[in-house]
Design a protein around this ligand. Structure first.
Ligand code: CTP
Length: 445
């Protein structure tokens, strides 16, 4: 019996996929199809596959050509599979011509003609998300760079003349964007808006964009008003709009895996979370204070996200300690006490400590080295060091591409993100509002 194997993503199944599978099957008697896992696709630079792995497997199964379907999860798996399944012929489309010649050492390699004029990328691009930007801050350069890694998002232009915005800042990249002279004009030309404005102006503009019936991705923190936040989240929900906070850690692969592993009981009952995020901002200090305020408002969202994801929202006590300079909290601690666990954060915008995170459990702990908020690596550690485990998940570029992909996915699927849910946003704002209202805050000067 002649065994054939082929691999692919098979996203948004199209005629080209059908022809390929049909031709692959006709090369032998038994066809194995390897469908790439989401993680492997991201690892090899394919970031915005639309359909889930199960759906893509179903796409292949429905053709009736595959005798067996497997999942491709790592580089080098093709060699393992060819040996394991005793494969005679490896085949893929001619767009890969030459690329897989190294497999000739293990079996026959056959490149099949590719169907012209169709691809998953082309289908994804046919309903491009038109993104507008409101604001004028340095971080926008990074956003523009990261957008280039996400197919299906087109940045159409910007509106920068907003109160509190950095009117001085004009990068070459940003200047090349079409400049709109009103928010309304920008809304008219877009499907969604990325808002990067000082905290004081943020909720006002989010409201305006939601009124204009456009999806919103906003810089964090969301706001310092619980009432306003509830109002905005409800407005988005009532109008079937996606309103997401761009806290990049929430969308990072290693962070989401770390949370899932901790919640699965690997280190026992979760007892304590300690997360630190400290910066010495130097020349950027005044800018940061202008945009977001002191340490709690500008950085608190990061550790709060970790503490809430791990311990939940049901804390019994919340307090803060702040060291202030010229009325601004430069270094702060946030403590959350739960019925049977605790969480604490040290954050600073002009002081330095190790920026790591430790999640303690009854059986062991998770150590996430600095910078934990954009980590690609963490360890599970136990009393018996032989049981320790190391985990690696690639963190690409500045990480903004993960939140852009999630934003795009939520808009396409019409569902709010569970990675940074409306409840996550609301609970973050509750803490920030308590701090702003000086509730349980001890000040050291
Ligand atoms: N394929 C083909 N003809 C096309 C598109 C794809 O023969 N028009 C083949 C590829 O060569 C590969 C298999 O189908 O052997 C699965 O390809 P996949 O990467 O899933 O599809 P693409 O449409 O090329 O996806 P993308 O645009 O995301 O790269």
């Amino acid at each position: 019996m002649k065994k054939v194997i082929t691999y692919g993503t098979y996203d948004l199944f199209h005629e080209g996929h059908y022809n390929l599978l049909k031709n692959a099957k006709s090369l032998g008697d038994y066809l194995i199809v390897g469908v790439t896992s989401d993680y492997f696709d991201r690892l090899r630079g394919k970031f915005n596959v639309r359909e889930s792995l199960m759906q893509r497997i179903e796409n292949v199964r429905a053709t009736g050509f595959a005798d067996e379907i497997i999942v491709e999860e790592y580089f080098g798996q093709k060699i393992d599979d060819i040996r394991k399944f005793n494969i005679d012929i490896f085949t893929v489309g001619s767009d890969w011509k030459g690329y897989f010649d190294y497999l000739q050492e293990y079996c026959e390699v056959h490149y099949l003609p590719r169907t012209d004029g169709i691809s998953s990328t082309q289908i994804r691009n046919s309903n491009t998300l038109k993104l507008g930007i409101i604001g004028n801050e340095k971080i926008l350069d990074r956003l523009l760079d990261e957008c280039t890694f996400v197919t299906g998002i087109e940045v159409v232009g910007a509106f920068t003349d907003v109160k509190g915005s950095d009117s001085e800042y004009r990068s070459k990249k940003f200047n090349s964007l079409k400049q709109y002279d009103s928010i309304e004009a920008l809304i008219d030309s877009t499907d969604a808006i990325y808002i990067n404005l000082p905290l004081s102006e943020r909720d006002l503009i989010i409201d305006k964009v939601l009124e204009g019936k456009r999806h919103v991705l906003t810089e964090f923190p969301f706001s310092t008003s619980v009432i306003k936040t509830k109002e905005l989240l409800n407005k988005a929900k009532d109008n079937n709009l996606i309103l997401m906070e761009g806290l990049k850690t929430a969308y990072a692969p290693a962070f989401t895996k770390m949370i899932a592993i901790a919640k699965s009981g690997q280190i026992g009952k979760l007892l304590n979370v300690e997360a630190n995020f400290t910066q010495v901002l130097g020349e950027e200090l005044s800018n940061q204070i202008r945009i977001a305020g002191g340490s709690v408002l500008s950085l608190g969202a990061y550790p709060l996200l970790a503490i809430f994801k791990l311990l939940g929202f049901n804390y019994k006590k919340l307090d803060f300690i702040s060291y202030k300079q010229n009325g601004v909290d430069i270094l702060s601690k946030i403590n959350l006490i739960y019925e049977d666990s605790m969480g604490s954060a040290t954050i600073a915008i002009n002081a330095k400590a190790e920026g790591d995170m430790v999640v303690s459990g009854s059986k062991g702990y998770i150590y996430v080295p600095a910078p934990w908020w954009k980590t690609e690596y963490f360890e599970l550690r136990f009393e018996d060091a032989n049981k320790n485990q190391k985990y690696f998940y690639k963190f690409e570029g500045e990480g903004l591409r993960y939140e852009l992909i999630e934003f795009q996915k939520c808009i396409n699927d019409g569902v709010e993100s569970f990675l940074m849910s409306h409840s996550d946003i609301l609970e973050e704002v509750k803490v920030l509002e308590a701090y702003t209202n000086e509730h349980n805050v001890t000040i050291i000067v």
